[in-house]
Design a protein around this ligand. Structure first.
Ligand SMILES: [Mn+2]
Length: 382
């Protein structure tokens, strides 16, 4: 049985105010081609199908067309969970009807223990699908308190383990942040204060872990605990990553082969560094001048209208930076990502030590990070 693992499509995402839908549609077509070429039986989407909880209509149409191409026309099963960017309830509309049409949408926590079963001549595969959740939602479901993402995820896995039968093959699907894995700038932190990490060890006993959230294709701990990575590059921090989908060949003995199939957009994302005059000279012979470009200028003297001058050659020049400032200040994107995660908590910690002359206790820190998280959730309306 051949299963394709993908995640983090972020349909409807804007990049420097520009829609990426055209590029996303091109890559979805490549996915369909991979499904045909490798005779794929099922597709797993490990969360973040959309970029926002209320996606633009063109993004909804893109997913709808994909479902029609894959589940309806090709009778290839689609199993998708909600990620932290998706609006779980909207995405889960009519899920019990849709599963009869080979589209399994798992957006509600209790569905984690209702496996999707795929059977053919090769294998019986149980897919345990864990939609994105925060510790509060898990506390509600279990009726007991759990403080962080790791405990919450472990509780769900324990419940799955109590139910699963090792006579069959078992795949777990989740949208989470594995401790120690590599992040990119285009992921939205799941929580602040660093309490969002989960241990890879809890996935070790499954035949395969199909993960979403981190945008770089990678495995962590063991080769079968994997992130497929995002559909395309969503930040300039990802220029050196090769995006792909992961193809798993599984039979009743277990996973037989894992292969990364490259996704190649016709418009790439690149960073160019040099003096403006040199970049312009090079641009004249650049066969990929349509790419999304970030330019880092190394000129020492001031230049008038460098953006306009370079845009004449690179119409998709999205960002211009001056190298001389690079060592003085870090990139604004990296800075804000870091701030999002740490700033509020650390600010309160600094203030507390200043006033009381002693640091916060672990309990106090947890209480503060919970309050901040709550405020963040209220503000985002989820
Ligand atoms: Mn994502």
């Amino acid at each position: 049985m051949k299963i394709l693992h993908t995640s983090d499509w972020h349909l409807g995402r804007l990049f420097h105010q520009q829609s990426l839908l055209e590029q996303q549609l091109e890559l979805l077509q490549q996915l369909v081609n991979v499904i045909d070429e490798y005779a794929v039986d099922a597709v797993i989407i490990a969360g973040d199908i959309y970029d926002r909880s209320v996606p633009p209509s063109a993004a909804v149409k893109a997913f709808s067309d994909f479902v029609e191409q894959v589940a309806v026309k090709r009778q290839c099963t689609i199993v998708a969970i909600s990620g932290n960017h998706d609006g779980a309830e909207r995405l889960g509309f009519a899920h019990s009807l849709l599963k009869q049409a080979k589209l399994h949408l798992i957006t509600d926590l209790p569905q984690s223990v209702e496996p999707v079963v795929l059977s053919d001549a090769d294998a019986d595969v149980y897919l345990w699908c864990v939609p994105f959740h925060d510790p509060l939602q898990v506390s509600h479901w279990f009726g007991s308190d759990c403080k962080n993402f790791n405990t919450a995820h472990q509780m769900i896995v324990d419940r799955i383990n109590a139910q699963r039968n090792s006579q069959y093959r078992n795949i777990i699907v989740s949208h989470c942040y594995l401790d120690g894995a590599s992040e990119s700038e285009s992921e939205r932190p799941l929580s602040i204060g660093g309490a969002d990490r989960v241990d890879w060890q809890m996935f070790a006993d499954f035949d395969y872990a199909a993960l979403g959230h981190l945008h770089q294709p990678q495995y962590k701990g063991l080769e079968h605990i994997r992130y497929s990575g995002s559909l395309m590059k969503y930040s300039f921090s990802e220029v050196n990553q090769s995006k792909s989908v992961t193809l798993i060949d599984i039979n009743n003995q277990g996973v037989q082969n894992i292969e990364q199939v490259a996704l190649k957009p016709s418009q790439d994302m690149r960073v160019l560094k040099g003096e403006l005059a040199d970049l312009i000279e090079q641009a004249k012979h650049d066969p990929h001048s349509n790419d999304f470009i970030q330019a880092i200028l190394t000129d020492k003297q001031a230049i008038l209208h460098p953006m306009a001058k370079l845009r004449a050659y690179y119409p998709n020049l999205m960002q211009l930076r001056k190298a001389q400032f690079e060592h003085e200040q870090r990139s604004p994107a990296a800075h804000s990502q870091e701030q999002l995660k740490k700033a509020d908590c650390e600010l309160i910690q600094d203030f507390f030590s200043e006033v009381h002359g002693e640091p916060l206790t672990e309990d106090q820190k947890n209480a503060i990070s919970q309050v901040i998280q709550q405020i963040e959730q209220e503000e985002s309306g989820s």
